[in-house]
Write a protein that binds this ligand. Structure first.
Ligand SMILES: Nc1ncnc2c1ncn2[C@@H]1O[C@H](COP(=O)(O)OP(=O)(O)OP(=O)(O)O)[C@@H](O)[C@H]1O
Ligand SMILES: [Mg+2]
Ligand SMILES: [Mg+2]
Length: 667
C-alpha cells in the first residue's frame, strides 16, 4: 500500500481550524494603517494585573498618525523574574475596594484543592450557596452593573475616526461577523498586523509576536498560545492519558470515591506512530477484522487521512515510519520530518441519518483565562453526501468534513443537506429512534448534550493547569463528536480556529450567534475580572452554557489557609449552567480572590517562560518537547510532561508552516 499522498509531505503543526473564507467584506478594505492608542478604557490602563515581558512600542495617541515604517518591533523576551512595566503599566494595581466579609461556617468537608480533587467529586449545590451568598454580600458593596454597554464602552464613549479603539482580524475565517460586531461597538478595523494598540485581535494563525506584545488586562487576543495541547491529535491524546493516570491515582485515595470519566469510554483507542513502542503495539494488535484510521497530528479538513484495513497496508505504514526514523536528514533536522501521526480505531458502526454518516461540531469556549470561564456551545451536524458503506474505499463517505464533501460535484446542488441544525437532528432522532431504541424524548438536547459537556469539561480539566493564561486571552475550540448506532458518544478531536463560514442556511443561523456571544462573553468576563467584579450573573450569556467557573475554584486553594465560606442562598442566577460545571459550581468562591488572583497570575506567568521549549528528536525519531524548569512544574500535573507532547509555543518552522497553510484551514 502506498501512503496517502499527503503522508510523506512535511506538515507543520497547527494546520487547525477552518476553511478558506471569503468573508472579509469590502468595507474592511482600504482602512488606514493607523494605530494609535486605546485599551479597554481608562480603568484598564490603570489597573493592570501585571505587565508583559516585552519592549513596548511608543503608545502616544497621535490622532490619525500613520504607523511608522520603522516601527519598534516587539522582541521576544524570555521572562524569568518580574517583567518590566510599560509606561502605561507604571502604576501599581489598585486593590479592590469591595469589602469582603468572611464568616466561616463549619462542616464544609469538601474543602479540598481542585488540583488534587477528582473532577466529579465536586458539589454544585454547595457552590451555588456560596455564589448566591456572594451576590447578597456584594450587592451593597459595589454599584450595580446595569448594562453591558456601560461596562464595555467605558473609556471609549466617543470613538473618533482614525483614533480607535482598534481591532485587527488576521485571515478571513468569520471576519465579516467579527468585523460587524466590533464596528457596532464603534471600534475601527486596522489592517496593520503589527499594531500593538488594539483592543481586540482575532487571528487564525497564532504568531509569537502577538503574545509577546500582548497587554494583559487591556486587550483581547483570540486563541490561547498553547491550545495545541487540546487541538492537535497527539496533544489531546497525551493530555487525556495523563489526566487519566492522575485521576486513577486519585481514585485510590479513600476520600475520592467519585465517579470519573474514563478515556476509553469516549475516545476511540489511539496509538502514536511517532513512538516506537506504541506503533509496535499497534502493528502487533492489528487484525483484519477491524478498520483503523490514520491521521496527521495537526492537520484538518481530513488532509492526510487514510483508512487501514489490511496487513499489506499496515506493512506499508510500518516501512514508511521506519524509513522516516532511519533517515539521516530527519535525524539531523527533525523539524523537516513529516508530521507525526496517530492511528485510531475506526468507529465502523456510526449512527446514520438517512443512510449517511455524520458528526457533530460543538464548541468549547474559554471566554476568560484569568480566572477561567469556560462554556459549552451547540453547533451543527455535518453529513456526508453519499450513503455510508464501511467497505467503500471512497473516503468522502467516511469523512464527514465539509471540506471532503465540497470536493464532490454534487456539493453545490446538495450542500444544504450536508449541514443540519441541532433541532433538525433532535427531531430526526425523536422520530426515527426514540421508540425503537427506547431513547428519552429529545435525546439530543438531554443525554447527548450532557455527555458532550461532560467530555469537554473532562478534556478541559486535563489541560487546565498547562494552558498559558493571561487576562484577555480567549479561545473558541471546535469539538467533533461521533455517535454510533448504539448511541454511544465518541470525541474524535478538538480544533483550534474552527470554521466560521456561513455558506449554508443552517450555518447562517448558527455561526453569527456563536461568534457574537463568544465576543460578548470574552468582553464581559475580561471586564469583570479587571474590575474585581463577580462573574455571575453574566449579562451577555445566551446560548452558551457554563462548564467551568474558575472564579469559584481555582483561586481558593492558593489562599494559604484563608478558606471560603458559606452564606445564605438567594435565588439562583437564571443563566444556563451545566451540571458538569461541577468544578465550577461546586467549590466555594474565593472571596479574597484578588490576592489569590495575583498569586495565580504569577504562577501562571511562569508558564509563559515555557515558550522556551526546544524540539529535539526523541528516541523514536519523533519530536520531544524539552521543558525548561518553570514555576509550573511545581504542580503535579504539569511536572510530568508526556514524551513528545507538543511544545507550548509554535516553533519558527511551525509558524512559517502555519502562515503557508493559512488559506487551507479547517472545515
Ligand atoms: N475514529 C473514527 N471513527 C470513525 N470516523 C472517524 C474517526 N476519526 C475520524 N473520523 C471521520 O473522519 C473525519 C475527519 O477526522 P478528524 O476530524 O479527526 O480529522 P481532521 O482532518 O482534523 O478534520 P476536521 O478538522 O476538518 O474536522 C471526521 O469528521 C469523521 O467523519
Ligand atoms: Mg480537525
Ligand atoms: Mg474533525
Amino acid at each position: 500500500m502506498a501512503l496517502h499522498p499527503q503522508a510523506g509531505r512535511p506538515h507543520g503543526h497547527h494546520r487547525d481550524g477552518s476553511e478558506p473564507q471569503a468573508e472579509a467584506t469590502a468595507q474592511d478594505a482600504g482602512r488606514p494603517d493607523v494605530c494609535p492608542i486605546p485599551g479597554l478604557g481608562s480603568q484598564a490602563a490603570r489597573r493592570p494585573r501585571r505587565s508583559v515581558g516585552t519592549t513596548s512600542s511608543p503608545r502616544v495617541p497621535r490622532p490619525g498618525a500613520l504607523m511608522p515604517a520603522t516601527r519598534s518591533r516587539t522582541r521576544f523576551i524570555h521572562c524569568r523574574g518580574q517583567p518590566p512595566r510599560t509606561h502605561v503599566n507604571s502604576k501599581r494595581p489598585k486593590r479592590s475596594r469591595i469589602r469582603r466579609c468572611h464568616t466561616r461556617v463549619s462542616g464544609w468537608t469538601h474543602e479540598k484543592p481542585m488540583g488534587s480533587s477528582v473532577e466529579e467529586g465536586l458539589r454544585p449545590e454547595l457552590s451555588r450557596l456560596d455564589q448566591d451568598a456572594d451576590l447578597l454580600e456584594e450587592e451593597t458593596a459595589r454599584p450595580p452593573m446595569t448594562s453591558l454597554e456601560g461596562l464595555f464602552l467605558e473609556g471609549d464613549k466617543q470613538p473618533n475616526p482614525g483614533q480607535g479603539p482598534f481591532f485587527y482580524i488576521g485571515g478571513t475565517n468569520g471576519a465579516s461577523i467579527i468585523s460587524s460586531y466590533c464596528e457596532s461597538k464603534g471600534w475601527q478595523r486596522t489592517q496593520d498586523s503589527h499594531c500593538e494598540d488594539y483592543k481586540l485581535k482575532w487571528c487564525e494563525i497564532k504568531c509569537r509576536d502577538n503574545y509577546c506584545s500582548f497587554r494583559e488586562g487591556q486587550q483581547l487576543l483570540f486563541q490561547l498560545p498553547n491550545n495545541k495541547l487540546l487541538t492537535t491529535k497527539i496533544g489531546l491524546l497525551s493530555a487525556l492519558r495523563e489526566h487519566g493516570r492522575t485521576l486513577s491515582k486519585a481514585r485510590l485515595l479513600p476520600s475520592t470515591q467519585a465517579k470519573v470519566l474514563k478515556m476509553d469510554e469516549f475516545f476511540p483507542e489511539t496509538y502514536r506512530l511517532d513512538i516506537r513502542d506504541e506503533r509496535q503495539a499497534f502493528f502487533t494488535l492489528f487484525d483484519e477484522t477491524q478498520i483503523w484510521i490514520c491521521k496527521p497530528t495537526a492537520s484538518n479538513q481530513g488532509k492526510g487521512i487514510f483508512l487501514i484495513r489490511s496487513h499489506e497496508e499496515v506493512a506499508a505504514l510500518q516501512a514508511k515510519t521506519q524509513s522516516i526514523e532511519d533517515d539521516p536528514i530527519y535525524r539531523k533536522m527533525p523539524f523537516r520530518a513529516p508530521q507525526a501521526r496517530v492511528v485510531q480505531r475506526y468507529i465502523q458502526n456510526p449512527l446514520l441519518l438517512d443512510g449517511k454518516k455524520f458528526d457533530v461540531r460543538s464548541y468549547l469556549l474559554i471566554a476568560c483565562a484569568m480566572p477561567y470561564m469556560v462554556f459549552f456551545g451547540h453547533g451543527y451536524a455535518r453529513l456526508t453526501l453519499s450513503l455510508y458503506d464501511p467497505h467503500s474505499s471512497d473516503l468522502s463517505g467516511h469523512l464527514t468534513n465539509q471540506f471532503m464533501q465540497k470536493k464532490s460535484p454534487l456539493y453545490m446542488v446538495l450542500k444544504e443537506s450536508t449541514v443540519w441544525s441541532m433541532e433538525h437532528l433532535n427531531r430526526y432522532i425523536n422520530d426515527k429512534f426514540r421508540k425503537t431504541k427506547g431513547l428519552p424524548r429529545d435525546w439530543v438536547f438531554t443525554t447527548f448534550t450532557k455527555r458532550m459537556q461532560q467530555i469537554m469539561a473532562h478534556c478541559f480539566l486535563a489541560v487546565k493547569s498547562k494552558l498559558e493564561c493571561k487576562l484577555g486571552y480567549f479561545d473558541l475550540i471546535g469539538c467533533d463528536f461521533l455517535i454510533d448506532e448504539n448511541f454511544k458518544v465518541w470525541l474524535l478531536e478538538m480544533n483550534s480556529n474552527p470554521a466560521l463560514h456561513t455558506n449554508c442556511e443552517v450555518l447562517k443561523e448558527v455561526i453569527p450567534g456563536v461568534v457574537m456571544e463568544t465576543l460578548d462573553l470574552a468582553l464581559e468576563t475580561c471586564q469583570k475580572s479587571l474590575h474585581s467584579q463577580k462573574m455571575l450573573p453574566l449579562l451577555s450569556q445566551r446560548r452558551f452554557v457554563l462548564l467551568y467557573n474558575g472564579e469559584t475554584t481555582d483561586l481558593w486553594p492558593r489562599m494559604g489557609g484563608s478558606r471560603p465560606f458559606a452564606r445564605l442562598p438567594p435565588p439562583p442566577p437564571p443563566r444556563p449552567t451545566c451540571e458538569f460545571a461541577s468544578s465550577a459550581l461546586s467549590s466555594p468562591r474565593a472571596t479574597t480572590d484578588r490576592t489569590g488572583a495575583r498569586k495565580l497570575v504569577h504562577s501562571r506567568d511562569a508558564c509563559t517562560c515555557s515558550f522556551r521549549k526546544s524540539r529535539l528528536p526523541d528516541s523514536s525519531g519523533g519530536f520531544r518537547a524539552e521543558s525548561e524548569p518553570s514555576l509550573c512544574s511545581g504542580s503535579p500535573e504539569s511536572s510530568r510532561d508526556t514524551a513528545g507532547e507538543p511544545s507550548l509555543g509554535p516553533s519558527e518552522e511551525e509558524r512559517e508552516e502555519e502562515q503557508r497553510s493559512a488559506s487551507h484551514r479547517g472545515s
